[in-house]
Ligand binder design. Structure first.
Ligand code: NA7
Length: 549
């Protein structure tokens, strides 16, 4: 039971820790806090658990990490008993899993659903956070864990006329639970990132006509998704303890199959190279494909050979040469953005009811009452689907109106780009922890396992603070600069920082340009964090609790 406390004429509920978000990391944080006997509540904007996998329920939504790895590791009974049906789980399976976990561990009783946090204010006199919600509730807690997700705030471009459209319009991340009947309708889909690539074949199969509005084509590999048989799962389950440990020792917290070559692409004859690339193409994993050779991520010439191999695949799948050329990415290196995986994306453009419109050459200028107008033509549509991405990594923190020490606003602190220590804390905002925050590996590592790991680090830290009667604990600007140097040094070696995408904030007009995640690899990342804890958190700001008189 929480206690209550008067706050500005209202009653605030008091907890040890407020967790924001009931996605996979938030649920795990709540579970661990309860196990430790801490008084905790989890505030969730949606009316169900699952986070990303609660909101993104558009047709075709699917994870691109294999199911046996993309799952919780903290409870052996759970991982032994749960069965996955597909190699790459579709959204309904992931949401069902989240619901199962919430029920199995009795988490719902401490989750407040439909509770959106819109105010976080640090009270310096008591070293506590005051948490306000859109529906007027108030909470007070010494610590806040923001497990608010890397891809939560939808991006809808600010086109004139958006409110004038008489048909139906949906952002893919806010797809209605009851589904959308697209049968016999003229559908316009804007965006060809991972989401656009997943939803395209599904919409094409039912709509009267699908028009895909593409600004930048993406590299995509066939997912070769398959049903999982019992034998394969059993083999994983028998080896789970060992494999989960191995996962944490890898660059992306993912175990890969054995297709990666340990040699330069130029060590092979042209014929041999084609053979190796063909083998990698059939290996089911975008993350693995880019590591086919040792130099395709670093040497532009090597990268171009791999990119041209994929373009030739696209040309062989799409019958109309003009459409095929338009679908071929040519303006950035392969792997600069996350390589997508798809289920029949390119082949969909061979259908009579599908057309591709290049909005790079002729941008969308406005939404009209009956559809869209580009600088070249008008398109009459019954439904517009926005697969236009997210204000990623920073959006979900900034929209909570966070105010820290001396009234400092997080929006100002991050005005030139986010500054953090390990993506876990930011200076001037003590006792506030982030999971998968900017400057952490986030989507560059498998997020369920690395989320568990980060939550464990946070809870170890909170234990340390309680044991040592520290009431205020925070990162310092000097630590932020040190971490920024590590993030920048590792980033400069990669193609990500040289490619416009949501990874660098380039998808949101006016957003400062910086690589938003740590690319040094999960193992190196966890070494940094563990060292800080092992060394007694030297360098962090600490304030001793004032004894009660
Ligand atoms: P992404 O990858 O950010 O894709 C968004 C798409 O929307 C992309 O093709 C954009 O084109 C397009 N877009 C955005 N704004 C516009 C405007 N103004 N005009 C035309 N087209 C536009 O988001 P996703 O949801 O697909 O994927 C996000 C992650 O989820 C993904 O990486 C996986 O990790 C899971 P652009 O490329 O900017 O030219």
């Amino acid at each position: 039971m929480s206690t209550s406390t008067p706050e500005a004429g209202r009653t605030a509920e008091r907890f040890d820790v407020v967790v924001i978000g009931a996605g996979f990391s938030g649920m795990y944080a709540l579970h661990r806090l309860r196990q430790q006997g801490r008084l905790a509540v989890c505030l969730e904007a949606g009316d169900g658990v699952g986070g990303t996998w609660y909101w993104n329920r558009y047709p075709g939504a699917r994870v691109d990490i294999e199911s046996m790895q993309y799952s919780y590791s903290f409870d052996d009974d759970l991982q032994q008993e749960w069965s996955w049906s597909e190699h790459f789980s579709p959204q309904p399976d992931l949401e069902a899993y989240a619901n199962h976990v919430a029920d199995r561990f009795g988490l719902r009783e401490d989750i407040r659903f439909e509770t959106r946090v819109d105010e976080l204010t640090f009270d310096e006199s008591a070293d506590e956070w005051h948490v306000g919600t859109a529906s007027g509730e108030r909470f007070v807690a010494r610590h806040v864990i923001a497990a608010t997700g890397s891809l939560d705030v939808s991006n809808v471009p600010d086109w004139p006329g958006l409110d004038r459209f008489r048909g139906e319009a949906y952002h893919t991340s806010r797809w209605p639970k009851e589904g959308v009947d697209l049968a016999g309708k003229r559908v316009g889909l804007i965006g060809t990132g991972s989401t656009g690539i997943q939803i395209t074949p599904e919409v094409a199969a039912v709509a009267e006509h699908l028009t895909v509005f593409q600004r930048t084509p993406n590299f995509s590999l066939p997912s070769r998704n398959r049903k999982l048989d019992a034998e394969y799962q059993q083999e994983w389950k028998a080896n789970y303890p060992e494999r989960r440990k191995q996962i944490l020792g890898t660059h992306g917290a993912v175990l890969m199959s054995n297709v990666a070559e340990q040699r330069s692409i130029f060590d092979y004859t042209e014929e041999e190279r084609e053979e190796v690339m063909e083998r990698a193409w059939n290996a089911r994993n975008g993350l693995e494909f880019i590591r086919t050779f040792t130099d395709t991520s670093s040497d532009p010439k090597a990268n171009e050979i791999l990119a041209e191999f994929v373009r030739n695949k696209i040309r062989s799948m799409v019958h109309d040469p003009e459409t095929a050329e338009l679908l071929c990415p040519k303006t950035y290196p392969i792997g600069g953005k996350r390589i997508c995986i798809d289920s029949g994306y390119y082949e969909t453009f061979n259908r009579d009811n599908v057309s591709l419109v290049d909005v790079r050459t002729h941008p969308i200028e406005e939404v009209t009452e009956s559809g869209l107008r580009t600088s070249e033509s008008e398109y009459d549509l019954d439904v517009i689907i926005f697969a236009t991405g997210f204000d990623a990594m920073t959006g979900s923190m900034l929209r909570m109106n966070v105010t820290g020490v001396e009234g400092a606003r997080l929006a100002d602190h991050w005005a030139d780009g986010p500054r953090t220590v390990f993506g876990l804390m930011t200076a001037g905002f003590p006792n506030l922890f982030m999971v998968h925050g900017p400057g952490s590996p986030s989507v560059l590592a498998q997020m369920i396992t690395t989320g568990e790991w980060q939550v464990d680090w946070i809870l170890r830290t909170i234990d340390h603070l309680e044991e040592n009667e520290i009431s205020r604990f925070g990162a310092t600007p000097a630590q932020e600069s040190e971490w920024a140097a590590e993030v920048d040094t590792t980033a400069s070696r990669t193609m990500h920082s040289r490619t416009d995408s949501w990874y660098t904030g380039a998808n949101i007009p006016g957003k400062p340009r910086a690589l938003l995640m740590y690319v040094g690899g999960f193992q190196r990342y966890s070494d940094w964090c563990t060292r800080a804890a092992d060394e007694g958190y030297t360098g962090f700001e600490k304030k001793q609790r004032v004894p009660l008189t």
